[in-house]
Design a protein around this ligand. Structure first.
Ligand SMILES: Nc1nc2c(ncn2[C@@H]2O[C@H](COP(=O)(O)OP(=O)(O)OP(=O)(O)O)[C@@H](O)[C@H]2O)c(=O)[nH]1
Ligand SMILES: [Mg+2]
Length: 270
């Protein structure tokens, strides 16, 4: 395994062999052209991908107001500088553990340009739950179908093209631990980021009588109260579900801070 000659961060060296066209910028992305969030269920290889692309090997601080480790770094690819955020593992955007809230709030309110959902190819049914939730709220998603080596060892054959067609976003098969698929992943991130690759994310319809009207009305109220909130419709839907944390964040006005691009988690505890 070779070191990364272009890495600007100290401590780099075991994060993988050189990847064609990639400049690992380590801790100091400087000015960036796009922000990329790495989301996914726990233990799917998010940090392994993060390390491969940034050259970093350690967490780089905490999330604001939290004791939850935050890893953030940068890379350059095809003339653009990307800021990469390694999110805590989460099973669902509706989850309530502090780790999961950090991930959820970043995806919803951190205004990432691209969300990479890292999924475990050996457990697609469980992993696609989060992927489908992310597809509901953003147009710019890449699915990193990781642990393909383990899937193959188990005799699982994933139809990668069929999955991409069904989801409406690029799906890239990877073995992040070996660095396999990283160039294709970078191409997909770049393509989605600059608009060369158009996503048509699969969205689930809401066909409950009366719900659409109620949702429209409440969304308009939320948007009216918190002008720049990126996910007013999602917030309105959670209010209709009587989501305790979101209701509290709306009641106290805390939600506005997230809408301002802070991206930190709502609340410091239950
Ligand atoms: N076999 C195999 N193992 C992998 C692959 N990618 C990552 N791993 C291993 O899976 C384990 C978990 O990887 P991480 O990168 O820490 O996973 P994560 O998603 O960041 O985990 P959390 O942050 O805890 O949610 C590590 O032991 C990795 O070496 C892969 O493609 N194949
Ligand atoms: Mg991790």
């Amino acid at each position: 395994m070779g070191g990364c000659g272009s890495c600007a961060a100290s401590g780099c060296g075991t994060s993988g062999a050189r990847i064609a066209g990639l400049t690992r910028l380590g801790l100091r992305p400087g000015a960036w052209d796009a922000v990329v969030g790495l989301a996914g269920n726990p233990n799917t290889g998010k940090s392994t991908v993060f390390n491969r692309l940034t050259g970093l090997r350690q967490h780089t601080g905490n999330w604001p107001g939290k004791t939850i480790a935050r890893a953030e770094g940068g890379f350059g690819y095809r003339g653009r500088r990307y800021r990469l955020i390694d999110l805590p593992g989460t099973y669902s955007l509706l989850s309530a553990s502090p780790d999961e809230e950090v991930a959820r709030d970043f995806i919803l309110f951190g205004r990432p340009d691209v969300v990479v959902v890292v999924v475990d190819a050996t457990a697609l049914e469980r992993n696609l739950n989060l992927a489908l939730q992310v597809l509901q709220i953003t147009d710019r998603v890449v699915v990193c179908l990781n642990l393909m080596d383990e899937a193959r060892a188990l005799g699982i054959d994933v139809d990668v093209d069929g999955l991409a067609e069904d989801l409406g976003v690029p799906v890239v098969a990877c073995v992040a631990r070996e660095g396999a698929g990283m160039v294709a992943l970078l191409d997909a991130i770049h393509g989605v980021s600059v608009g060369e690759v158009a996503c048509r994310p699969r969205r689930l319809g809401l066909s409950v009588p009366g719900l659409t009207e109620a949702l429209d009305r409440l969304t308009a109220m939320v948007a009216g109260a918190f002008g720049d909130l990126p996910q007013a419709r999602w917030v309105a839907l959670r209010l209709l579900h009587r989501d305790r944390r979101i209701t509290e964040a709306v009641r106290t006005g805390e939600i506005a801070r997230l809408g301002a691009g802070d991206g930190a988690a709502i609340g410091a505890g239950p």
